[in-house]
Write a protein that binds this ligand. Sequence first.
Ligand code: F0G
Length: 366
Amino acid sequence: MRRDVCCSGKTGWRGVVHAYADLIGLPDGCPVVTLFEGGTPLVPAPGLARAAGMDLDVRLKLEGLNPTGSFKDRGMTVAVSAALGEGARLVVCASTGNTAASAAAFAARAGVACAVVVPEGKIALGKMAQACAYGARIVAIRGNFDQALTAVRAIAATGAAALVNSVNPWRIQGQMTAAFEIVDELGSAPDWLVLPVGNAGNITAYWKGFREYWAKYKALGRNVGLPRLGGFQASGAAPIVRGRPIPDPETVATAIRIGNPASWRTAVAAAQESQGFIDEVTDEEILRAYSLLASTEGVFAEPASCAAVAGMLKMARTGRLRAGDRVVLVLTGNGLKDPDTAVAASRAEIAECDADVDSVARAMGL
Ligand code: F0G
């Protein structure tokens, strides 16, 4: 909507609250805690269209380029701003890693304390490094994300801290802005928006965003359309697909290792109302998509994000896509978040050699 702050050209960009204040609706006078998040590029991916074997217009929404490397920053700027405006001194969250990194960063910037509760041993290295660097208090539970969320909800209910998980409506208000940016850039909604589903806040936020933008433009006499949503869970953590909570979720995509999503109901509604669906992809499909994305498009996204890529390929295989469709894949987090999986999944051979020119040339295969 604000044409002076173009999404891909970052010049003048001052974050999502500045760009979309009227639609986010923070109270007047509320302080704005921002790292100039959002405004992420929408990059064409012709190699993925070729891999799908169809004539598709595939675009990648590179959310890993946000300040802490994931889409969480869009919601966190709003949630931490609101918490600060209400006088909170401590913000808390449960997290599989990215929410923790984002909450810790925005809390540091706001000058308030932050405590993050994470499942022990199941947090990607880069995310843990971030929480440490930003100075959060880190609590690692012998349990999973769902149990961590139950604990922080109970603690926040006592009034001891402000909860900044996506059950906080301000998070959804901020995350909606990604939908606005996509419509701003394309001029209309894409045919499909494909994204990973974990705690299900993001699919809820995108649908709310597309609907609100559609209504806003309808009032101005313009139809920007609505996308169909394709949400993908990992097969080992697919409660919505199975129709029941999964007590012990397991997947290589640790970000979406969630067995009982808080926004389950609104995620199902989003899929249904958009005439889309929520489906699953296996860890094997996720890792294949992870390598394909990096090696054909030069884009490094974390495993959970690659559930969207694997999902798009599955949609092509199973006849859900039509020739000519415009498909936006939301790449939710940066590949650098999870270096362990990158090294483990790679078949790259490292050729060691002596330091002289001849040895180096031979090692290069020349
Ligand atoms: N992709 C990434 C990289 C994530 O970190 C998450 C969620 C999702 C997708 C799923 O989004 O939960 O809104 O459906 N990460 C949360 C966290 C759970 O704690 O960082 P969702």
